[in-house]
Each structure stands twice: as C-alpha cells, then as structure tokens.
Design a protein. Sequence first.
Length: 438
Amino acid sequence: METINFQQNEFYYLSKLLPKSYKKRIIVLGSGFAGISFVKAFVKNIGSKLDDVELVILTRRVYLTFTPLIYQIATGLLNEHHVLEPIRKRNSDYVIIEAEIEEINLHDKKVITSLGSIEYDYLIIALGSVSNDLGIKGAFNYAIPLKSVQDATKIRNKIIESFEKASILKKDDIKRKSLLTFVIIGGGATGVELAGSIKDYVNLLCKRYYNVNSNEAKVVLLEATDRLIYQASEKASKKCKQILEKSGIEIILNAKVISIEKNKILLSNGSVISSDNIFWTAGIKVNPIIEKIPNEVALKNKGRLVVDRNLKLIGYTDVFAIGDCAYIIDGETGQIVPPMASSAVQEGKYVAKYLANYFIGKQELNPFKFKDYGLMLSLGRFSGLVDFQNKFVISGFLGWVLWRMVHLLKISTIRNKLGIVFDWSMSLLKRRIITRTD
Ligand SMILES: Cc1cc2nc3c(=O)[nH]c(=O)nc-3n(C[C@H](O)[C@H](O)[C@H](O)COP(=O)(O)OP(=O)(O)OC[C@H]3O[C@@H](n4cnc5c(N)ncnc54)[C@H](O)[C@@H]3O)c2cc1C
C-alpha cells in the first residue's frame, strides 16, 4: 500500500498547479505595500505583452495590511477587516499562492515554500521586516509588539481585560494601579500614534464604561533617545511632545529599558515601572528569510539586501529587492531610503516599470529616485501633525483633518473606505469597539 506523505503530496500539487511553460515566470515574494504596488503597476505598464509572462504572488496571507491604521484597531477605533485589503480579484492577471516562504535559493533560481519549491526567471523580493526586540531580555515574552493586525487585536484585548480586572478591585489596591498603567516602549512614529490613541481610548473607557476615574489611568511613553520621532525635524519632534504631554501622557526621554519581566519594566537608571499593559513599538529588523541568505550569495547592509540604482540585487540581473527588506541609497541625494510604506510603493512602481520596459523593448529607466513627502501623524482626538519635508509643520485640528483625508484616499477598496468612514463617524460620537475577541 502506498503511504501518502502530506508534504510530498502538497509539493506535487504545487508543481502540478504551476508547470513551467515557455512563458517567463516572475515571482513576487510578499503581498505588502512593495509587492502589491509592483504587481498593480506591472500589469498596467506591460499591457498586452502580459500574455508572454506568468506573474505569481507568493505570500503568507492573501491580503495587504494597511499598517498606518493598525494602531486604531488596538484602540477600538477601527474594525480589523477595514484595514485588510484582499488581493484576490475577479479575472485577475496573476496567480496567487498562499504559502509560507522558507528559503530563497538564488543559486538555483528557486523559492522553497511550505508547499514545495518553485522556480523563477525573475524574482521580486518584498518580504518586509519583523519587530525587533533589540536583544532586551523578556521583551517579547512580556510586551506586545505592534506589527500586524493580530498584534493590534491582542493590544485591544489586553486593554479591555485590564479594565475588567481593575474595575472590581478597591481603589487603593496596588494591583489596580498596575492594571491601569499603560506603557508604550519606543517613541518613533508608531509609538507616538499608539500612545495618543490609547490615551483617548482609556479616557473613554473610564468615563463611559467602567467605574474608574480618568486620573487613575496612566499612559506612559518611554523613548531611549533624547527626542521623539527621530526621523522628523526637531520642530516637529518638540511639537509632538508638547501635544502628547498636554493630553496627559507621561513622556520619559533617555529611558533605556534593560529588561522586561512579568508586569515590570527595568530601566538603566535603576527605576522600575509596574504595569500589566506593556506595548512594544521600538523598531524593526530584517525578515528572517533574508537573514538566511548567506552573505557571500547576496550583499547586505544592516541585514537588508543591498541593491543597485535600478533596485537589482548587486551581482544579479534577474533579482530585485524592494520595501523594508532592501537597503537603498537614493542616487541623487546619497541618503538611505527610509523603510516606509510610501517608499515601498515608489520602489514597487519603479521596478514594475523597469521590468515592463525590458519586456516590451523600451528604453532602460533612469536610476530610482525617492520622493520624500514628509511625515504625517495622528496624535489623538482632533490632533494631528504634518512635517512636510522638514520645511514646515502643521499641527492641531488641520493636521488631523489632513491626516484623515490622505489616509482615506490611500485605501484602495470602496468597502474598506466606507467601513473606515463609518468607524470614524462612530468614534466622533464616542463609540468605539469595547469587546474582546480572544
Ligand atoms: C504599526 C505600523 C505603522 C506604520 N505606519 C506607517 C505610516 O504611517 N507611514 C508609512 O509610510 N509607513 C508606516 N509603516 C511602515 C510600513 O508598514 C512598512 O514600511 C511597509 O509595510 C513596508 O512594505 P513592504 O512591502 O516592504 O513590507 P510589508 O508591507 O510588511 O509586506 C511584507 C509581505 O511579506 C509577507 N511575508 C513576510 N514573510 C513571509 C514568509 N516567510 N512567507 C510568506 N510571506 C511572507 C507578508 O505576509 C507581507 O505580505 C508602519 C509600520 C507599522 C508596523
């Protein structure tokens, strides 16, 4: 009797699904901002020549996460489905395979996945990054990072759980204090937005749903350097601190966390912060799949794949790296292109045009040039901040309106746009999601 090996069977399925044809196969790894902007722009640019090409997306989950809004899931402002954009479309021009990518073999031109391996002619690596615990003991055991929708729901569940527990304890109970202390570690763009929104959420929970005085609930933002949002101008950074402090958030700069224990943060100056709610927004590092590629096979800088001026991997003519996993120097300014959604989208579009031009026999493109549109932040109810290319800063209500308009425009499906407008309207009426999902 033949024994069926599940792995082998799946591999058979994959090779049957995609037998290699005469067509050139382009595999896109990842369905984030970089990968999906590549796919959309490639289909548009190549036109009818698409018939000569087989475009394949390999990704863990068949959707794009609109990360700039996930902190709003953590704070009950948005429903999680409204920030997930499905990539499966009716009559789409590409093949999608949902699988876990395990290894990239640049030598044999194949990708090893949980369903088996698959060969490519051209490869677009857009695998993004992962949260970085910076080697701090206990960081990921006791703090919840914010990188995915799943992380965001964990944070929301934790906040609600803490309120449930605190509300039945006596006011002078020391545990109640820890349950009502919310600490965000990392004062970058994600950290400040999360802190501002948690403050609003906590105020709402106190006033509307639980028998807790808002003065009892404390939101603390810890930043290891001497200023918030290091990538913004000093003016924007100061303004951001002012706005958050005015809303009642305690900001501690130069706060170097040395370890995290259960409900406890230890700082290098010897102080200890007790909290049941520790959230981590202190940075990102390269995807482990990129780490696995030996250094002698692909040049790396800070773990990211170094690319040339056309975003091709150094030493390769058929492999491109875009988004957070690529180390890109802007040809004109000599600056490192920041790992952001806006840069990932520009890089995806550039490579799409470059490769489409090649297939239709058009002229080679000029080197990639990054357009910096500045930084936009939402810092709480009716409060925003726009740092436009380090030239001028818009803050307050106008900054908040601009932030909302720009983010809504960037959402690509009508369903999600309407969903977000609904959720935001409800929050203006002080109604947020207050139910746990775990
Ligand atoms: C909370 C948060 C807020 C942010 N806010 C902003 C903002 O306001 N503005 C801004 O410009 N940037 C923001 N960013 C940064 C932005 O999200 C990233 O720079 C951007 O997502 C990078 O795009 P990418 O395509 O390189 O990676 P991602 O968007 O992360 O996509 C990576 C893709 O690879 C897939 N993948 C990874 N590993 C595997 C594997 N082993 N197998 C299969 N598939 C895999 C993932 O599922 C995903 O589809 C934010 C990031 C976070 C976490």
